[in-house]
Design a protein around this ligand. Structure first.
Ligand SMILES: Nc1ncnc2c1ncn2[C@@H]1O[C@H](COP(=O)(O)OP(=O)(O)OP(=O)(O)O)[C@@H](O)[C@H]1O
Ligand SMILES: Nc1ccn([C@H]2C[C@H](O)[C@@H](COP(=O)(O)O)O2)c(=O)n1
Length: 217
């Protein structure tokens, strides 16, 4: 197992990022938040005045994304965009551009380059199906729509933002529906991915389950 990969895919607000980052920390592995790349590409397009529907232009920007991850922050063209990429409209924009095949192709090698020694934990929608199809462990992490909306609600309130629970649940369902319906790399559980429903699990329990599956291999 040289440079092993653990993939964690699943729907919005299921806890993929939280669990993936903690598993990576526990194992001393690198961590790839692939959704952040799609969010960065959507934000970059918005700032460059490029429509999210313009596949060629968005793909051009995605291929030359001036993005960096360091100091626990996300940077675009030298600006800290950690908060900006988490906005709900940018999440929706990311979901829209993610349906465009040339945009996905433009980001593919950049994601694969994260597979470095001693290993990688990658979260997203197509980590196990397309980006790292030979991953040592594939997890499909989910939770009920109600639980995911409640978690997102708490997250927003904790950040001091206003939030409407029903609206959040609707937005989450809309985004999942778009991500699951697209023709390229749709959101779905692959046959070789293990299902982890965290609706009734704590973060620690979810992390420990992934670690146990990995160590059992
Ligand atoms: N098992 C859990 N129990 C309770 N809260 C959780 C659990 N897992 C994650 N959370 C919380 O749910 C919120 C959403 O988690 P996170 O941002 O990791 O989801 P995500 O799947 O990466 O979302 P997105 O796909 O939208 O980026 C966070 O506040 C996180 O702390
Ligand atoms: N591997 C990925 C990662 C993300 N996306 C798209 C679909 C999501 O709605 C959007 C934002 O992702 P998030 O930050 O919420 O994980 O980006 C994708 O298609 N493939």
């Amino acid at each position: 197992m040289l440079r092993p990969v653990i993939t964690i895919d699943g729907p919005s607000a299921s806890g993929k990022g939280t669990v993936a980052a903690l598993v990576a920390r526990e194992l001393g592995f690198h961590y790839l938040d692939s959704g952040a790349l799609y969010r960065l590409a959507a934000l970059y397009a918005l700032r460059e005045g490029v429509s999210w529907e313009d596949e060629n232009q968005v793909a051009r920007l995605a291929a030359q994304l001036p993005a960096a991850f360091h100091d626990d922050k996300v940077w675009l063209d030298g600006h800290d965009v950690s908060a900006a990429i988490r906005a709900e409209d940018i999440g929706m924009g990311a979901s829209r551009i993610a349906a465009l095949p040339s945009v996905r192709a433009a980001l593919l090698e950049r994601q694969r380059a994260y597979q470095q020694t001693p290993g990688l934990v990658a979260d997203g929608r197509d980590m196990g199906s397309v980006v790292f199809p030979r991953a040592e462990l594939k997890v499909f992490l989910t939770a009920s729509a109600e639980e995911r909306a409640a978690r997102r609600y708490k997250q927003l309130i904790a950040k001091g933002e206003s939030a409407n629970l029903l609206q959040i649940q609707q937005d989450i369902c809309d985004r999942d529906a778009r991500d699951a319906a697209r023709s390229v790399a749709p959101l779905r559980q692959e046959p070789d991915a293990r299902l982890l429903d965290t609706s009734a699990l704590t973060i620690d329990q979810a992390v420990n389950q992934v670690l146990q599956w990995f160590r059992e291999r």
